[in-house]
Design a binder for this molecule. Structure first.
Ligand code: ADP
Ligand code: MG
Length: 683
């Protein structure tokens, strides 16, 4: 049996009823398998003993002692039990606040285990935080390393521990090891049952280290099997050679009012080399907000279109789809390229007409959200899939778009750079292109911080910009009022801002506004009829209105760094000086302070990504990418474990080189796990 297959609900374990189970559910633990993979966040080492005498210096002791005396202190109406112990090195008092019941279990003369934190009081060692247990041959909480689990207030460690103990007792003997014995031997890793037992209840420090390494290795192993197999598959699936002419590309370039930046030129060549190669393209294009990725993507699409192929351009929001569709239409229709927006708002009849045009090949470039891979969408000859803001999509969504054709070329774009170590191991089979330089004439956005209460200055500044004919965004963390949070919200602030700026048209946009309405508002904002756009973070990605020069983000402390950076990227899109105002509430957490400081200090997206990683760890950054399907990293840590990842990769490459189909009997379990992960195919 595989660990992942232990689906029996936790209520099947002795001692866990419906009420307790609900507390477990809050931790995401439903099955016994979940419980066994709920790894400790820390340990308390009670395997080694330290005497009371040592507590003078360290403040802690774990010892075997004898009870010398028991008495009560405090008011007679509210007595508190006191237990005196002596371990041969020193005397100490245990003050039992709220634990007078201990008098029933213990008496003077008894030998006991005691562990606690001690301090000097009135010249004597004393503890109020301790645990005590009668001395026996097989103590419950002494002589071992005890696990400390991530938990909630309702679920004490003791209940978690005994649940895990019960689960181990029942299931360890049934557990199969997915890793082949040869690999375990070569890397001196313990078998799964041993590792699982030791991660929860380590007999000693060494065993714990070996168990951890083994479990981390296993998670990275499956991650790499998927990445390496995808790479191998791509290498073998060669495309038919086609001549991809660049006449259209050249003509569009010459018609542009500006030259491409050197980085744009370089990337375009890298992509064209992939285009003409028989190996399907898998390229990740990283470039900071405003660096001109959209234009590169459209130029890159032209050789495909000229050669008679179709291109799909997928973006995360309707708003962005609309905007890209307009850009594409403006730039490409003069050359006879047929572009279409597969909007979510299309009426059924219009949608049917468009879908049949796509199927007949009467559309060259289709732009849309995840609607592009809906079941009813079929392409005549899709050869290139472009995915903008790729980090907003999960692995399986990207894969589903690719299923719309046999091995189309894939161009992923992102303004949220993936730190190098991670890029290498996760996208190790992808080629990378980077646009570092901005189009000439861009002035870095000036960022100002303002504490709530001082925002009037900001509003006045914005007024001056509006008077110059420019436009502004105001961003809020909430759409409407919230019962829980006392925050400014978009709906009430739009009213305020209409009164504050009576001369200009102010509009509200957020995810609950119907799509048609959103389209109308965006169009009027692009045309400059609407001068102030009040929004939530829906405008985070991609929105490109060069005449907008101000963005005011209120309650800026509530946004993550990546989002703040993306939001700021909505301005500074022309040669006009732009401004970002981050209005924050007082009482900032240290983390929030660090985020705001970073925003003030730099506009470099790569630097910000590294800072982000530093401040909050890599977890969320990768959520969409790998936390899909069976692949959840519960113990491995992509940056910390990067060195091991390289080793694992070598092992996986060697294994798959020898046995690509994983056909040997010793690989049966690996294959089973992979077949399941394949249902959510990786890129
Ligand atoms: P992003 O990389 O954020 O997707 P966009 O593709 O939206 O950036 O480009 C931002 C703006 O820069 C657009 O208005 C675009 O027309 C303009 N732009 C792109 N390339 C250049 C260039 N080489 N010179 C001047 N402006 C450019
Ligand atoms: Mg973009």
């Amino acid at each position: 049996m595989l660990l992942e297959d232990i689906s029996a609900p936790i209520t099947t374990l002795a001692g866990i009823g419906g009420k307790t189970a609900r507390h477990f559910h809050k931790l995401g633990i439903r099955s016994v398998g979940d419980l066994l993979q709920h790894y400790p966040r820390d340990y308390e080492d009670r395997s080694t003993f330290t005497s009371l005498a040592e507590a003078h210096a360290t403040g802690k002791a774990t010892t075997v002692a004898t009870i010398t005396l028991m008495d009560y202190i405090g008011k007679p109406s509210n007595p508190v039990l006191r237990i005196f112990i002596n371990d041969g090195t020193e005397l100490a008092a245990l003050v039992c606040f709220g634990r007078n019941f201990l008098s029933r279990k213990f008496s003077p003369g008894m030998k006991v285990f005691v562990s606690g934190q001690f301090e000097m009081r009135y010249g004597k060692l004393q503890s109020t935080r301790f645990i005590i247990e009668p001395y026996t041959e097989s103590p419950k909480e002494f002589g071992k390393i005890l696990p400390i689990y991530p938990t909630t207030e309702d679920l004490p460690q003791t209940i978690l521990r005994s649940a895990v103990e019960a689960a181990l007792r029942q299931y360890l003997p049934l557990l199969d090891d997915p890793l082949p014995p040869s690999l375990l031997a070569a890397r001196s890793l313990p078998p799964l049952p041993e590792a699982l037992a030791a991660i929860h209840f380590p007999p000693d420090r060494d065993a714990l280290t070996r168990a951890r390494t083994r479990l981390i290795y296993q998670e990275l192993f499956f991650l790499q099997v998927i990445v390496v197999r995808a790479a191998m598959k791509r290498k073998t699936q060669l495309q038919a050679p086609v001549h991809f002419p660049r006449t259209l590309q050249e003509r569009l370039r010459r018609s542009l009012p500006f030259p491409l930046t050197p980085d744009q030129e370089k990337v375009l060549e890298e992509i064209y080399a992939d285009t003409t190669s028989p190996r399907p393209m898998a390229r990740l294009l990283q470039g900071d907000v405003g660096s001109g990725k959209t234009l590169v993507a459209l130029l890159a699409a032209l050789p495909y279109i000229e050669a008679g192929h179709q291109v799909a351009f997928m973006v995360p929001t309707e708003l962005l789809a609309l905007q890209h569709a307009e850009t594409a239409h403006t730039l490409l229709s003069p050359f006879g390229v047929r572009t279409a927006l597969l909007a979510g708002t299309l009426q059924p009849a219009a949608r049917r007409t468009l879908l049949s045009a796509i199927l007949r090949g009467e559309v060259d470039l289709v732009i849309g959200t995840h609607t592009l891979f809906s079941d009813d969408v079929a392409y005549r000859n899709l050869r290139l899939a472009i995915i903008d803001e790729q980090h907003k999509f999960g692995v399986s969504q990207r894969a589903r778009l690719l299923e719309k054709a046999s091995h189309p070329d894939l161009l992923l774009m992102t303004a949220t750079p993936i730190p190098r170590t991670m890029a290498l191991t996760l996208y190790g089979d992808m080629d990378m292109s980077t646009i570092k330089t901005m189009p000439p004439g861009r002035k870095p956005v000036r960022t100002h911080l303002a504490v709530l209460g001082k925002e009037e200055k900001v509003y006045t500044w914005v007024e001056k910009e509006l008077e110059k004919g420019h436009q502004a965004y105001f961003v809020y963390p909430l759409i409407g009022e919230s019962e829980k949070l006392e925050l400014r919200n978009a709906e009430s602030m739009v009213e305020f801002l209409r009164r504050r700026y009576p001369r200009w048209k102010v509009a509200l946009i957020h995810s609950r506004i119907p799509d048609e309405e959103k389209e109308r508002i965006m169009r009027e904002f692009m045309q400059g009829k609407i001068r102030i756009l009040v929004a939530t973070s829906v405008i985070e990605v991609g929105v490109n209105v060069p005449t907008a020069t101000c963005i005011v983000i209120e309650h800026a402390e509530r946004f993550g760094l990546a989002t703040l950076h993306q939001l700021r990227g909505r301005v500074g899109r022309s040669d006009r000086q732009s401004y970002a105002f981050l209005v924050y509430s007082p009482d900032l957490t240290e983390e929030a302070k660090a985020r705001l400081r970073t925003m003030k200090e730099t506009t470099d997206g790569f630097l910000i990504a590294e800072k982000d990683l530093e401040i909050r760890g890599p977890g969320d950054l990768l959520d969409g990418t790998i936390q899909a399907g069976h692949l959840r990293l519960r113990i491995a840590h992509l940056t910390r474990d990067a060195p091991l990842m390289h080793e694992v990769r070598k092992d996986v490459e060697a294994l798959l080189a020898r046995d690509p189909g994983l056909l040997r009997p010793e690989h049966t379990l690996i294959r089973t796990l992979i077949e399941r992960t394949d249902k959510e195919p990786a890129l």
